[in-house]
Design a protein around this ligand. Structure first.
Ligand SMILES: [Cu+2]
Length: 284
């Protein structure tokens, strides 16, 4: 179901409310969509687990909220001055006090166990390959140390450079290409200020600090093109340094590596042209 297909405003609002309550996401592509609710569809098992944990919490929260609201309405109706002119002098009830202490503890335990499990499983497992992402004001640089030190920059495509079908503000000139069903370790750092390498459909969001190396990972289980953005306010063009990842079949990746070695052969590794690039971007 896609909300952008609904034209009547009140029908749209109703559908929005119903879908919010049901926790249905309207997004299908691996990029943000107009009127999107919830997360982008998961492209990794980790994101699928994050999504189902979120849905579980939403149901739990809704049940608790409805229960408390029901209690309050009951008290207001049953014990207001008119309905109950002579109030009881009861000051405490041991049974109720035990219950309202123990039940919240049990609820917290039910939340804590899957939450911690999810957190611990985000530690990097044995990785099949490594890529390094470096945040610059305002673009990303990538290196493939396991594949002949391929290195390139990925700059956002300006509106007049977009090909049909390429999403605005999300497409880059060079995509990060990775093989499907492969555990990819991502080393994240920055060269100037703090950036953040975030890929919603992978369940990945990692701060990029100058002078530090952070680590995250993903294992994409579907081929396709996925979009993310820098998620740390990093300056005037913060919103113009998107991340575009192409997940391809393993053979296709091997072919890309050979081609990339030639294509990016002249890349000098360090961004000596940083000032030049920033100046060009600012003048746009
Ligand atoms: Cu940034």
């Amino acid at each position: 179901m896609r909300l952008n297909n609904i034209t009547n405003p009140s029908a749209k609002l109703l559908a929005f409310c119903v879908m919010s309550l049901m926790g249905i996401t309207s997004a299908r592509a691996a990029q943000p969509e107009p009127w999107q609710l919830g997360f982008q569809p998961a492209a990794t098992d980790m994101m699928a687990r994050i999504t189902s944990f979120n849905d579980f919490l939403l149901i739990l929260m809704t049940a608790i909220t409805v229960f408390v609201l029901g209690l309050m309405v009951y008290v207001m109706v049953r014990f207001n001055a008119k309905a109950n002119p002579v109030p009881s002098k009861t000051s405490h009830n041991t049974m109720i006090e035990v219950v309202w202490t123990v039940i919240p503890i049990l609820i917290l335990l039910v939340i804590a166990v899957p939450s911690f499990r999810l957190l611990y499983d985000q530690a990097t497992p044995e990785a099949d390959m490594t890529i390094k992402a470096t945040g610059y004001q305002w673009y990303w640089g990538y290196e493939y140390p396991d594949h002949g030190d391929i290195a390139f920059d990925a700059l956002m495509l300006e509106e007049d450079e977009l090909q049909p079908g390429q999403p605005r503000l999300l497409s880059t000139d060079n995509a990060v290409v990775v093989p499907v069903d492969t555990t990819v370790r991502v080393l994240v750092t920055a060269a100037d200020v703090i950036h953040n390498w975030a890929m919603p459909s992978f369940g990945v969001k990692m701060d990029a600090y100058p002078g530090r190396l952070n680590e995250t990972w993903f294992r994409a289980n579907k081929t396709g093109t996925y979009y993310g953005q820098c998620s740390e306010l990093c300056g005037i063009r913060h919103s113009f340094m998107p991340i575009m990842v192409k997940v391809v079949e393993k053979e296709e990746f091997a072919a890309w590596v050979e081609q990339a070695k030639v294509e990016f052969a002249s890349y000098d590794g360090a961004n000596t042209n940083l000032a030049e690039v920033s100046a060009t971007q600012l003048s746009k």
